[in-house]
Design a protein around this ligand. Structure first.
Ligand code: GDP
Length: 615
C-alpha cells in the first residue's frame, strides 16, 4: 500500500534513530592494540605521544624536519598521524565512531516489514532556456485540486503533486546548482532526474553536464523533449544526439524513458508524470514512517518575523509538529510546520518537504537533520555537534610549513585574509563568498572559513578570534551580546547591505595590506654643457634640458657615456639666478647634485621619481 502521508501515529509509536551504544566513548578508541594504533579522530601531539610512548618533543622534531611545525596541543590530521605511527614502528587504523553526534553516518536499516512505499523525489535539470522553469511551473499549476485552488503558494524549494492518487515530490530549484550543491555536501535527495532538452535546440553543454551528474549520482533519468510545439522541433534529432551519449530510447532498443512535451502549451505533462511514477515503482522507493524523522535541509533563511526558517525534506520517518530537531549544529522545537500552500501540517511522512520554524540558528542547505523525542536529547546532541564543528574548522587550518614560510618571504609576502561570512540567507552568503573570492589582488588571498546564513554567533566570534578572521555580516545586525564578545576578543565585524560596497571595502583593505610597490618614472634628461665652479657651492652643471622636465629635489642619476656614474638627488636647480622648482625641455638651467661634485661636460643628468603602483 502506498504511504499516503497521513500518518496518524502518535509520536510514542515511532522508534528513535539513535542506537543505544554504551561503547561509543571515543577515548576508548585512541589506543595501541597489537602494534596497531587505532584512533577515531581528533588527537593531539601530546595525546599521541602518550599512546605511542614516544616523547612529544621527538614527534615535534620529527615533523619539524619534514617541514611541518606543530604545537603540543595541536590536533593532527590523518596524514600526520599515519606518518608518525610509521616512523615509530606502528601500524595505524582509523575507526569511524558512529554516535549521536555524527548522525549523518548512521546507516539505518529498516526491517522490510516496516517499510512503506514513499513518493519519488524528482529534480529537473537541463540546458539554460530549454524550459526547466516553465516545466516546473506547469507541473505545479496543473490540475490543482479543489482544496489547493486559490491558495497562495510559498516558495519553499520543493512541492508535491498528486497524480492518480500518488504523490511526487519535486525539488523546484531548476538547474544544476541545487543538485550539485547538495551532492557536494554529500547529500543525496533525488530519486529521479528529468532532463529537459529543447526539441529545436538539441543536446547542449549543460544537457551533457546534467547527464553526467545524474549518472555519477546513479540516479535514473527521464528525458523530456520540450518545445515540441515549435516549428523547428526535431525530436528524432534529439534522440540521435542522446544516443551518442548512451541515452537510448526504448523505441531504439534502449531503456531510457523519453517523453515529448510542451511545457508552455501543457502538452504531454500528464504522461511525463505517469512515467515518473512508473520509474519510481521500478525503483521500489520505500521508507519507514514509524521512526523519528531524518532528512535533508533544502533551503534555509532568516525570516524577519519568524526567525530561522528551513525547508526540510523528510527522507525517512515521520516529522511531527512539536518534535525536537537537530539540524547541522542547531536545534529547536518545531514551532510550526507548513507545506508549499502555507497549510499547517501536524505530520510529515517520508518524501514530504515542509517549511519549519523554531530552530535556534539558520542551518545550511544540504545539512542533515534528525528529530528527537526530548528537548534534552536534541540540545545535548546539538551542543556536541557545535563543538565538533568548531574543532573541525580549527583543524582545517593546516600548520604552516617551513617551505611555505620561505616562499612567502621570497615572494614578497603572500598574505591571507581569513573571513567569516554571515548573511540573511544561504544564497546571499554564497554570493558574498563568490564575490570576495573573485577579487584579484596580487599577493593577497581571501580565505573564507565559513559562509552561512543567520545571525553572527558566539562560535563565529571565537573562530574569528583564533584564526584572526574578519567577520562580514550581510543584511544582518549582530546583537549587543555578540558586539560585546567581539570587542572582548578584538574581532572586527563589518556590516553591509550591498555586495558591491562590501567587495570595494575588502579590495581597498587588501591593497592597503600590501607594502606599496613603486615603479621608477623618468621625468626628463638634461645635458651638462658647461661646468661652472663656484667657490662655496662646488661644481654647478650649466645644462640644457633635452627632454621632459628636471625637478628640484627629484631623484637623479648621472650618466657618462651611457654608464651610471652616480645616483642621488638634485639639490639645487636655478634658472639664471633664481631658484626653480622645475625646468622644462629646451630651457637652460644650473643644477647641483647632492654630495656629488665630479660632474663633467657631456654628462647626462636623468631625473626620475618613484611612483606608487596602484594594485
Ligand atoms: P530554463 O532556463 O530552462 O528554466 O527555461 P525557461 O523555462 O525559462 O524557458 C525559456 C524560454 O523558452 C521561455 O521563453 C519559455 O517561454 C520558452 N518555452 C519553455 N517551454 C516551451 C515550450 O514548450 N514551447 C515553447 N514554444 N516555448 C517554451
Amino acid at each position: 500500500m502506498a504511504y499516503n502521508g497521513k500518518n496518524k501515529n502518535s509520536k510514542n509509536n515511532r522508534v528513535s534513530n539513535i542506537p543505544v551504544n554504551k561503547n561509543a566513548n571515543k577515548n576508548d578508541y585512541n589506543k595501541v592494540n597489537g602494534g596497531v594504533f587505532v584512533y577515531t579522530g581528533n588527537i593531539s601531539v601530546s595525546q599521541l605521544s602518550k599512546e605511542l610512548n614516544v616523547p612529544a618533543t621527538n614527534i615535534i622534531k620529527f615533523l619539524f624536519l619534514k617541514g611541518k611545525m606543530v604545537t603540543l596541543n595541536q590536533n593532527l590530521d590523518d596524514e600526520l598521524i599515519g606518518e608518525i605511527c610509521l616512523e615509530y614502528g606502528y601500524d595505524f587504523k582509523k575507526e569511524k565512531v558512529v554516535s549521536e553526534e555524527n548522525f549523518e553516518e548512521l546507516e539505518i536499516v529498516d526491517d522490510a516489514k516496516h517499510l512503506k512505499e514513499r513518493p519519488p523525489i524528482v529534480t529537473i535539470m537541463g540546458h539554460v532556456d530549454h524550459g526547466k522553469t516553465t516545466l516546473i511551473d506547469t507541473i505545479r499549476n496543473s490540475n490543482i485540486v479543489a482544496t489547493e485552488a486559490g491558495a497562495i503558494t510559498q516558495a519553499i524549494g520543493a512541492y508535491q503533486k498528486e497524480i492518480k492518487g500518488k504523490k511526487i515530490t519535486f525539488i523546484d530549484t531548476p538547474g544544476h546548482e541545487a543538485f550539485t550543491q547538495m551532492r557536494s555536501r554529500g547529500a543525496s535527495v533525488t530519486d529521479i532526474v528529468i532532463i529537459v532538452v529543447a526539441a529545436d535546440d538539441g543536446v547542449m553543454p549543460q544537457t551533457r553536464e546534467a547527464i553526467d551528474h545524474a549518472k555519477a549520482a546513479k540516479v535514473p533519468i527521464i528525458i523530456a523533449i520540450n518545445k515540441i510545439d515549435k516549428p523547428g522541433a526535431d525530436t528524432d534529432r534529439v534522440k540521435q544526439e542522446l544516443m551518442t551519449l548512451n541515452i537510448v530510447a526504448e523505441e531504439y532498443g534502449g531503456d531510457t524513458i523519453f517523453c515529448e512535451i510542451s511545457a508552455k502549451k501543457n502538452i504531454g505533462i500528464e504522461e511525463l508524470l505517469e512515467n515518473v511514477l512508473v520509474l519510481a515503482e521500478m525503483q521500489e522507493l520505500k521508507a519507514n514512517p514509524n521512526r523519528y524523522a531524518m532528512g535533508t535541509v533544502l533551503e534555509a533563511k532568516l525570516d524577519k518575523g519568524e526567525g530561522a526558517k528551513a525547508t526540510l525534506l523528510v527522507q525517512n520517518g515521520t516529522l511531527n509538529a512539536s518534535d525536537f530537531v537537530v539540524v547541522g549544529a542547531a536545534y529547536g522545537r518545531v514551532r510550526k510546520m507548513t507545506n508549499e500552500y502555507r497549510a499547517e501540517l501536524k505530520v510529515a511522512g517520508p518524501s514530504t518537504p515542509v517549511a519549519i520554524i523554531g530552530l535556534t540558528e539558520v542551518p545550511v542547505a544540504g545539512d542533515k537533520f534528525m528529530a528527537f523525542p526530548t528537548e534534552k536529547q536534541a540540545r545535548e546532541i546539538a551542543e556536541k555537534r557545535k563543538l565538533a564543528k568548531a574543532q573541525d574548522e580549527l583543524n582545517k587550518k593546516t600548520p604552516g610549513t617551513l617551505e611555505d614560510l620561505y616562499n612567502r618571504i621570497h615572494e614578497g609576502e603572500i598574505q591571507e585574509i581569513n573571513v567569516i561570512i554571515r548573511a540573511d540567507n544561504q544564497g546571499s552568503a554564497e554570493a558574498v563568498k563568490g564575490a570576495l573570492q573573485n577579487i584579484q589582488v596580487e599577493g593577497v588571498r581571501i580565505n573564507v572559513l565559513r559562509a552561512t546564513a543567520g545571525a553572527i554567533t558566539e562560535t563565529d566570534v571565537l573562530l574569528a578570534s583564533t584564526s584572526s578572521a574578519i567577520i562580514f555580516g550581510f543584511n544582518i545586525r549582530p546583537d549587543a551580546l555578540i558586539r560585546k564578545k567581539a570587542e572582548e576578543e578584538k574581532v572586527e565585524i563589518r556590516l553591509h547591505t550591498i555586495i558591491y560596497h562590501l567587495t570595494e571595502e575588502v579590495e581597498a583593505a587588501m591593497k592597503g595590506m600590501l607594502k606599496p610597490t613603486y615603479r621608477e618614472q623618468v621625468t626628463g634628461q638634461a645635458e651638462i654643457r658647461k661646468v661652472i665652479v663656484a667657490s662655496r657651492i662646488g661644481k654647478i652643471g650649466g645644462s640644457m634640458v633635452t627632454n621632459g622636465v628636471i625637478k628640484r629635489d627629484s631623484l637623479c642619476r648621472l650618466l657618462r657615456d651611457g654608464v651610471v656614474i652616480y645616483e642621488g638627488k638634485i639639490s639645487s636647480l636655478k634658472r639664471f639666478q633664481n631658484d626653480a622648482k622645475e625646468v622644462a625641455e629646451n630651457f637652460e638651467c644650473g643644477l647641483t647634485i647632492e654630495n656629488f661634485n665630479d660632474i663633467k661636460e657631456g654628462d647626462i643628468v636623468e631625473g626620475y621619481e618613484m611612483v606608487e603602483v596602484k594594485k
